[in-house]
Unconditional design. Structure first.
Length: 51
């Protein structure tokens, strides 16, 4: 995982960390670390894999 950063996503501001492939090192998505909005708390500690 990469360093934590604040990122604006469609659903608002989130604290996320990029995740990388352990074989090739490519960025494959991100992990939600913490949420600023109460209605977005369900996303904490979840991963998003991009195609």
């Amino acid at each position: 995982m990469g360093p934590l950063e604040e990122r604006m996503i469609l659903s608002g501001m989130h604290t996320v960390a990029d995740i990388f492939c352990c074989c090739c090192g490519d960025n494959v998505g991100w992990k939600y670390e913490s949420e600023h909005e109460k209605d977005q708390k369900y996303k904490e500690d979840k991963f998003v894999l991009e195609r």
